[in-house]
Design a protein. Structure first.
Length: 160
């Protein structure tokens, strides 16, 4: 594979890593310690195929951080909280996280959102037609995929 991709370039979208046979749990623990996104496991005698396969499994590593909820979007599925982080230059939009709160926490969220609603976004973000913007005062603990600048596979765990 290395011959096809060339020398290691951290900016290149495709990265090659050595294959390891066996010791999956220990290997995943090492990936977590290195703060990697996760590992991919494949049955040794199977071929790689793009898309869903029962012979290939991606085990994702998650982390948790605190973010400020600056808006929300409601759709046919769960409500998405639009999140930002504090930086030395002000708030920076980082993406959406599904609300996965208990009924009590959800009621608390909606009561706070009603009081904090505003007409424009408090941060620079991509265009979001269905967003309802909030004053940046509501904080949450968010679980998300490790290794990314923007939130991926994120869920709001609790309000702070």
């Amino acid at each position: 594979m290395q011959e096809l991709i060339g020398e290691h370039d951290p900016a290149f979208r495709i990265q090659v890593s050595e294959h390891i046979i066996g010791h999956g749990p220990e290997f995943f623990q090492q990936a977590e310690e290195l703060e990697l996104e996760g590992i991919v496991s494949k049955l040794a005698d199977s071929r790689y195929r793009s898309g869903y396969s029962t012979s290939c499994l991606k085990t994702k590593a998650f982390t948790e951080d605190h973010f400020i909820i600056v808006g929300m979007e409601q759709g046919p599925g769960p409500t998405t909280a639009l999140c930002a982080r504090e930086t030395p230059h002000g708030l920076e939009y980082v993406g959406g996280a599904m609300l996965t709160l208990t009924a009590t926490e959800r009621d608390r969220f909606w009561a706070a959102a009603e009081k904090l609603e505003r007409s424009s976004p408090p941060v620079k973000t991509e265009k979001r037609k269905a967003a309802r913007w909030l004053e940046p005062k509501l904080q949450a603990r968010v679980r998300h995929l490790r290794g990314e600048e923007k939130l991926r596979h994120a869920t709001v765990m609790e309000l702070l």
